[in-house]
Design a protein. Structure first.
Length: 232
């Protein structure tokens, strides 16, 4: 999921209900993103400060292809800062992930946070193994697709395969409704201004993207939400 295009949705997803010192408070944890949607090189890091995951992601300037633009792939939510730090080290320690040698920090040191795999399935296996072996370090695992996400709750059960959601998934639920999964399909003939039925009530079409994705606005929800139209 492109961070810039979906920033309002990601903000709401990661926002905690309580404020700290009058400012917004966000979930902490481990983030994994890539420069392009189907890349096999990933930036793996963690956010443990007051701004949490959202403020950390918003601060990135990776300059590819535009400032702040990258694709969010996974978020691993932790209950505490220490849990987030330990979980990041656990994932990065996997020998199945290969360091991107060319990537260096501003100080000239080699960055260990950029990792490369031959295929996405390897990263999925690393994450699933790390989460299964360390159930005390995380509360939720979020897998992002192009237009939506799937939330896996740490409820003591075995994790399923961490596959991306369908491009037709319209995702509006957050971490406090983690067991709610709803999908609906658009016809591809909608027009701006149309009111269409959805599992969350009626929504108004406010924009139609070039690939026929719809930008929808629900009454009572801030911002608009992009609904994918296309192949699974």
């Amino acid at each position: 999921m492109n961070f810039i295009d979906n920033q309002l949705q990601i903000d709401e997803l990661l926002l905690l209900p309580d404020k700290v010192g009058g400012r917004k408070n966000y979930f902490k944890g481990v983030y994994i993103f890539s420069r392009d949607y189907d890349d096999t090189s990933y930036k793996i890091g963690m956010a443990w400060g007051k701004g949490g995951l959202f403020e950390r992601l918003k601060s990135y300037k990776i300059c590819y292809p535009y400032k702040n633009e990258f694709f969010l792939q996974y978020l691993l939510i932790s209950a505490t800062s220490d849990d987030a730090k330990t979980l990041e080290k656990t994932v990065l320690a996997s020998k199945k992930l290969v360091s991107v040698i060319e990537n260096t920090t501003a100080e000239g040191r080699r960055s260990q946070e950029w990792k490369m795999v031959s295929k996405r399935a390897i990263l999925n296996d690393v994450l699933k193994s790390s989460l299964t072996a360390n159930p005390n370090l995380w509360t939720h695992c979020i897998v992002f697709g192009m237009t939506g996400w799937i939330i896996h709750t740490n409820n003591g059960k075995a994790l399923p395969d961490l596959v991306r959601p369908s491009t037709k998934r319209a995702t509006k639920h957050g971490l406090f409704e983690a067991d709610v999964t709803r999908e609906f399909y658009v016809k591809g003939s909608e027009q701006v201004g149309d009111t269409i039925p959805t599992p969350w009530g009626s929504a108004v079409v406010v924009k139609i993207h070039k690939n026929k994705d719809l930008e929808l606005k629900w009454e009572g929800w801030s911002g608009s939400y992009r609904v994918g139209f296309g192949p699974e």
